[in-house]
Design a protein around this ligand. Structure first.
Ligand code: GAR
Length: 212
């Protein structure tokens, strides 16, 4: 993705919530001249997503595409894809985006859509991963950064990190500790993607050596 003529990968970031992972990515890019990527658009499925303001504060373009404004899911997703594509991203980062994207969307960026999920996949897929881990009684959960395929929280795993569950944890306290880990893991994984260092073979991702 990096070349002399295009030194920086163009990134679209999709958010639904507060956007702390978006913020962590923006901060990581700012702090690292060798990051190799820039966020060119932030898109949300709801106008109150906190991530939108974080983007505006940086002068980054924003897009809001609400499902309720469309007659069906396919037309919502097509509109979202068109709006994102208008910014010519090389890759798409799902940073707390809470809607499922179909193959029609993913086809625009093969092996170039990356997601962070608050569990150690394949355990606790879905929208309530933190609550589900607590209810199941596991002692260790964590976060997973993975490439997105057509199945929910399923694609090839780029990176994972464990987080211990404490006896007095609530969903809020546990999620805060998981997010703190995501805030390092997601930017590090996006940087690898920007540098074309993820070699995908079936479900398995190999991290290639740095060439420069
Ligand atoms: C993150 O913990 C992310 O893993 C999760 O939403 C949170 C977003 O936080 N995503 C999912 O649950 C997707 N299934 P943020 O808006 O503060 O970045």
């Amino acid at each position: 993705m990096l070349s002399a003529s295009r030194p920086s990968a163009r990134l679209a970031v999709l958010v639904s919530g507060g956007g702390t992972n978006l913020q962590a990515l923006l901060d990581a890019i700012d702090a690292d001249p060798g990051f190799g990527g820039e966020v060119v658009v932030v898109a949300a499925d709801r106008p109150d997503a906190g991530g939108l303001q974080r983007a505006k504060d940086r002068g980054i373009a924003t897009v809001v595409e609400e499902l309720s404004a469309h007659s069906d899911r396919a037309s919502w997703e097509a509109a979202l894809r068109r709006a994102v594509e208008a910014h010519r991203p090389d890759a798409v980062v799902l940073a707390g985006f809470m809607k499922i994207l179909s193959g029609a969307f993913l086809a625009g960026w093969p092996d170039r859509v990356i997601n962070t999920h608050p569990s150690l996949l394949p355990a606790f897929r879905g929208a309530h991963a933190v609550e589900d881990a607590l209810a199941y009684g596991v002692r260790v959960t964590g976060c997973t950064v993975h490439l997105v395929d057509e199945q929910v929280d399923h694609g090839p795993i780029v990176n994972q990190q464990a987080v211990e569950i404490r006896d007095d944890d609530t969903a809020e306290t546990l999620h805060e500790r998981i997010k703190a880990v995501e805030h390092a893991l997601l930017p590090a994984s996006v940087k690898l993607l920007c540098h074309d260092r993820l070699a995908v073979s079936g479900r398995v991702v190999r991290i290639l050596e740095e060439t420069r």
